[in-house]
Design a protein around this ligand. Structure first.
Ligand SMILES: [Zn+2]
Length: 105
């Protein structure tokens, strides 16, 4: 399918799009390692963020640990150091539905 690719900065066809929260757009397979399910996951991401904001959170952004992530999931699933946890910040404020995230899954 054809998407606007934030990696190449053009619209072009690719078979394994991945939504990048960091770049707020789609990345083609040149910029990520596609898994078989990547297309499905990325299609759900935009719509799903309303309902599943917390589930879709990435634990890190630009190397900074996400406070939203810790609030939603704790630190069990990630290998964060104590120092990283102490420095955790709200790094996903610009995402849609951020303010309602406590009500999401
Ligand atoms: Zn591309």
């Amino acid at each position: 399918m054809i998407n606007y690719c934030v990696g190449c900065n053009i619209s072009h066809p690719d078979w394994g799009w991945k939504y990048s929260a960091e770049f707020e757009g789609w990345l083609c397979t040149k910029f990520h390692t596609p898994s078989g399910a990547s297309e499905m996951v990325s299609e759900e991401t935009e719509e799903g963020r309303k309902e599943y904001f917390n589930s879709l959170l990435q634990p890190y952004r630009g190397g900074v640990l996400s406070k939203e992530y810790i609030e939603a999931h704790g630190t069990k699933g990630i290998s964060a150091t104590k120092e990283e946890v102490k420095k955790a910040r709200y790094v996903w404020r610009d995402l849609k539905n951020w303010e309602n995230r406590a009500k999401t899954k």
